[in-house]
Write a protein that binds this ligand. Structure first.
Ligand code: AMP
Length: 392
């Protein structure tokens, strides 16, 4: 993968795929512009060197239809506030008017295209749509790490059409950190996995079993593993249909000598509700009318001890329903432990990143991966469709 710094871009039309899929509030205003800011180094580099930039992203899931609530216009406005250059918002993704605007660009100006997913061909990785995106383009740059696990037209088919292509700074940084964790993790390598479902994370768990020394499980996922072993977990969220997979993972961990840890105590609540009554439980089965909503203090302590010994840490997914203040202690405790360890730490996924911010330790994490799904897939497979397309 060639870095964007290797290219001569002056006067060239550069198609830059970014991930501007920022959260918007009800008024359509940007709630968090981290994703836009994350691509600023690449945008500033290109504009500063006289590129004629065409910026493209998806936003939400408009499912192939024009939906003004998912317009990229607010992101173009924010970009215009962040850089001194002239930023123009396109009325569409492709078409005559857009073609005219592309041609009118001067060196150091940018045109922000509308939401790529207004066209269903985007998600279909349609080569004809990619050819329309490629019209009048000299160079393709991908800085959308968070979208590169999807074989979509702007990520894969387009990269295959434009002969001169490179990765932006965000993409390079993500790949550099994650590759180290995949290929040459300094041991002990500890993976912390949480969140709602085992079914979403089977591939990542299996790949981690082959590489990690310890896998620490939290979140509702833990209840799928406990229940699969015949333990009563009351009303906890657990996936019964994943029983065999869960048992299989436990057996593989044993065979491979991986320390696969499940919580030893739990915060139980009558409901997933801030007002619910709670209690700490160390023994199973749980009472039928209670559910596990967070890991307990002994688990935080035990996991923190393992994390403290680590040289490499990968963390994805919250340890409980951390959106509710009373149920967030486990997740925040893990965030503090990860930040306090001397390890190279990689945190991926919106919830884990939010937890790290909430704990006030964001600056002590080695690498915050902007792409949740993409970082998981990269850890599992060692590459992504969008990266392979850049390397072809
Ligand atoms: P994921 O997207 O798979 O990482 O899951 C994140 C979601 O899992 C968050 O919204 C959490 O509230 C939820 N979650 C974590 N632990 C639990 C739990 N014990 N019971 C129910 N939901 C949980």
């Amino acid at each position: 993968m060639k870095p964007v710094t290797d290219l001569d871009v002056k006067g060239k039309r550069v198609f830059l795929r970014v991930d501007f899929n920022v959260p918007l509030d009800e008024k359509g205003e940007i709630r968090d512009d981290t994703r836009i800011r994350s691509s600023l180094p690449t945008i500033q580099h290109l504009l500063g060197r006289g590129a004629r930039l065409i910026v493209a992203s998806h936003m939400g899931r408009p499912k192939g239809k024009i939906d003004p609530r998912m317009s990229l216009r607010p992101t173009a406005q924010r970009l215009a506030e962040l850089v001194p250059n002239n930023i123009v918002m396109a009325p569409a993704v492709v078409g005559e008017e857009v073609a005219g605007l592309k041609k009118k660009l001067s060196d150091g100006e940018a045109l922000v295209l509308e939401n790529l997913r207004y066209h269903q061909e985007e998600e279909g990785n349609d080569p004809a749509f990619a050819a329309r995106l490629a019209e009048d383009i000299d160079i393709y740059v991908n800085d959308a790490f968070g979208s590169s696990h999807r074989a979509h037209a702007s990520v894969v088919a387009l990269a295959d059409l434009v002969p001169v292509k490179a990765a932006g700074f965000l993409m390079m940084k993500e790949v550099e950190y994650l590759r180290k964790a995949v290929r040459t993790p300094v041991k002990p390598y500890v993976a912390v996995l949480g969140g709602a479902k085992v079914s979403d994370k089977i591939e990542i768990i299996e790949s981690l079993l082959a590489k990690a020394d310890s896998v620490l499980i939290g979140g509702a996922m833990a209840y799928t593993f406990l229940k699969a072993q015949g333990l009563g977990v009351g009303k906890s969220l657990a996936e019964d249909e994943q029983r065999d997979t869960a048992l299989d993972i436990l057996a593989k961990a044993r065979d491979l000598g991986v320390s696969f840890r499940l919580p030893v105590d739990h915060l139980l609540a009558t409901a997933a509700d801030a007002e619910a009554d709670t209690q700490i439980a160390e023994v199973l089965p749980f009472p039928e009318d209670l559910m596990g909503v967070d890991i307990g203090p002994k688990t935080v302590e035990a996991y923190a001890a393992v994390i403290g010994q680590a040289q490499t840490i990968f963390w994805n997914g919250p340890m409980g329903i951390f959106e509710i203040e009373n149920f967030s202690r486990g997740t925040v405790g893990i965030a503090r432990a990860v930040a306090g360890s001397g390890a190279v730490s990689i945190v991926g996924g919106g919830d884990s990143i939010a937890a790290v911010k909430k704990a006030g330790v964001k600056d002590r994490i080695s690498h915050i991966s902007t792409g949740g799904g993409a970082s998981l897939e990269f850890i599992a497979y060692g590459t992504l469709p969008g990266i392979e397309a850049l390397e072809r």
